[in-house]
Design a protein around this ligand. Structure first.
Ligand SMILES: [Zn+2]
Length: 125
């Protein structure tokens, strides 16, 4: 069984939409699966070191925000969280398509973006 994130009612695993409210359950499971996959890959200290993430909580918040609206691009989902110009520049630097969606990015790419956006928020020296 799977639980609807909207109304919390149960639907069989084979159901595409929630029986009660009609929410698209496939999108739901796809997003959570992608997040779990990335989180499983990350929590070891050595891995954290490799990714160079200091503020892990802020990092996961940003990653989660990237998945907030499945049909939107990364730039659109992060619009409220960071300067779109800075984000576009960071994506360009990393060679990531400006129209990329969250599910196409690797954890390493998220980490690189996170770092670029963080360092960009400081005044240039
Ligand atoms: Zn529902």
């Amino acid at each position: 069984m799977q639980t609807c994130a909207n109304c919390k009612s149960q639907s069989p695993d084979t159901a595409d939409t929630c029986r009660k409210c009609g929410r698209d359950l496939r999108v739901e499971s796809l997003t959570s699966r992608a997040l779990v996959r990335m989180q499983v890959a990350s929590p070891k200290a050595s891995q954290k070191e490799k990714l160079g993430i200091e503020d892990e909580q802020a990092f996961w918040k940003l990653v989660q925000a990237a998945f907030a609206q499945k049909r939107k691009t990364l730039v659109n989902n992060w619009k409220a969280r960071c300067d779109p110009e800075r984000l576009r520049a960071a994506l360009k630097d990393l060679g990531i398509d400006l129209r990329a969606r969250a599910e196409t990015l690797s954890l390493a790419e998220f980490a690189a973006l996170f770092k670029a956006l963080r360092s960009g928020s400081r005044a240039p020296t």
